[in-house]
Design a protein around this ligand. Structure first.
Ligand SMILES: [Zn+2]
Length: 492
């Protein structure tokens, strides 16, 4: 947003200079044009200032949040974390010394970033903060760094709590608004019994991960591909799971896509052997997505090294995923609507090819900045498909919309009276007229003007009614051709 604003500001600055330069010829409307363009530029500067202000504010708030949990307290919690986890977390226990160090480093970030609250009179302890945070470190241990920033508030209840919305008693809940709730009794129990395949903290955080990926909170295409794969597998095995065919997975997993994902993650970590035996495809998909293999207990759960690559076939398949949806929707829409920019370019280029080229270049740069990271660097598409998207999807739609707006929203109207010096029919059967106006140039007009031009030759004059549109690009509205009075006076 910030970048795009800067780019459009530069563009509009150039355009404003252009408009001012052109209107500096003493027309009545000069004042209006200057005022309008000035206001437009000011508005852009204001918008930019507002965006900067909000960004700074957010950054400040982030820092303040960091200090909310006093650093001393974080240090104290972390000093005891190793002992707490050795006692309570089998996952942590099996890590090498190096793995444990890495685990604690990530734990520190989570404790500093998230807010923890005791509910229903529960006084929050270091154990609670460490254990709840450790589940998130465990879940994302194989990933580069992903701490589910959307979910910043963690409420811990002493035991089962009542949810008014669902009108039922719950052990845990995850709300897309960013709040995760746990019953401490059940959270604690989840870590105590490792083999039962039930772990409340992992279950709720799995929901949080799925919501984050689905909502497009992360640019990581790998995560959404993994989620897509797992969701497909869940649908494939739903009936078997409902029928209780697999020992390792409880029938509750068949409720919906979200429960399948969350229930499988519990078994994935607590009982990898059994999940691998019952549903090997699902197990491998989780290893691939989370980039860790809980079965590899001697090697810090390292997964086989994988290349973050996506096949073209999968890339072009319609996916229930926001990234893919907009790439595809924009490609199709751009392809279907490409006649709009073609017509609009034709209308605009006649009077001002340079501003149109500038406009196109600005949009191309803007599209590149907005989507390159999201689509190419994240591994979503390769560069060729990105270029296709940029030209057919993005450029076609934004050029069409931009030039249409420019055409229909006039900022400054004017007319120009100029003598016609010559005219001819082009090989494409169009009438080109050379005029000696403010600048000597040729414009294309309808063939119907030929008869008039033939009649008044060589003393023809032309009035060109034009306007500057919203983006400062000039458009011809109407043309009148008539015999010049002066000319006829002189030559009579
Ligand atoms: Zn659930």
């Amino acid at each position: 947003m910030n970048y795009s604003c800067q780019v459009s500001m530069i563009f509009n600055f150039i355009q404003t200079q252009f408009v001012l330069l052109k209107t500096n010829s003493g027309d009545d409307g000069v004042g209006v044009a200057i005022a309008l363009t000035f206001m437009f530029v000011m508005l852009l500067i204001l918008v930019k200032a507002f965006i900067d202000f909000r960004r700074d504010l957010a950054a400040e708030k982030g820092n303040a949040k960091f200090q909310d949990v006093p650093l001393r307290r974080i240090e104290r919690i972390l000093a005891g974390a190793d002992e707490i986890l050795r006692f309570r977390s089998p996952y942590y226990n099996r890590l090498s010394d190096f793995g444990k160090k890495r685990f604690l480093k990530r734990l520190r970030i989570i404790i500093a970033e998230k807010e923890f609250y005791g509910k229903d009179g529960l006084e929050i302890t270091d154990d609670m903060i460490v254990l709840a945070s450790s589940a998130l470190v465990q879940l994302t241990f194989g990933l580069e760094s992903y701490f589910l920033p959307r979910f910043y508030r963690i409420y811990i209840h002493p035991s089962i709590f009542f949810n008014k919305l669902l009108e039922s008693n719950l052990r845990g809940s995850t709300s897309p608004s960013g709040v995760i709730r746990f019953s401490w009794r059940h959270l604690e129990h989840g870590f105590q019994d490792e083999d039962d395949g039930i772990n409340l903290a992992l279950h709720e955080l799995a929901h949080a991960l799925m919501i984050s990926v689905e909502s497009g909170d992360t640019d990581d295409g790998h995560l959404s591909d993994g989620l897509f794969m797992i969701t497909e597998l869940g649908r494939k095995y739903r009936n078997d799971i409902k029928a209780g065919r697999y020992e390792s997975i409880r029938p509750y997993a068949a409720s919906n896509d979200h429960e399948f994902f969350a229930c499988c993650i519990e078994v994935f970590f607590e009982n990898p052997e059994r999940l691998k035996r019952d549903l090997p495809e699902v197990y491998e998909a989780f290893v691939w997505m989370l980039e860790q293999d809980p079965h590899n207990r001697l090697g810090d759960y390292a997964a086989p090294i994988q290349k973050r690559e996506f096949s073209i076939k999968r890339k072009l398949r319609l996916k229930p995923d926001s990234h893919y949806n907009y790439v595809q929707t924009m490609l199709i829409a751009g392809f279907l609507l490409c006649w709009i920019p073609i017509i609009m370019i034709n209308i605009h280029v006649e009077t001002s090819p340079l501003p149109v080229a500038l406009f196109a270049a600005t949009l191309a740069v803007l599209g590149f900045i907005l989507f390159f990271r999201k689509l190419v660097l994240s591994g979503y598409t390769d560069f060729n498909i990105f270029l296709l998207f940029l030209v057919i999807g993005w450029m076609s739609l934004t050029m069409g919309a931009g030039l249409t707006l420019n055409y229909f929203v006039p900022v400054y109207r004017m007319s120009e009276l100029a003598p016609v010096s010559d005219y001819f029919i082009t090989p494409e059967k169009k009438l080109r007229v050379l005029i000696d106006g403010e600048e000597t140039r040729a414009i294309t007009v309808g063939l119907e003007y030929r008869a008039i031009l033939d009649r008044c030759k060589p003393h023809c004059e032309m009035t060109i009614y034009q306007h500057y549109g919203l983006f400062g690009i000039k458009v011809v509205d109407e043309i009148e051709v008539f015999e010049s009075n002066e000319g006829s006076d002189q030559y009579q």
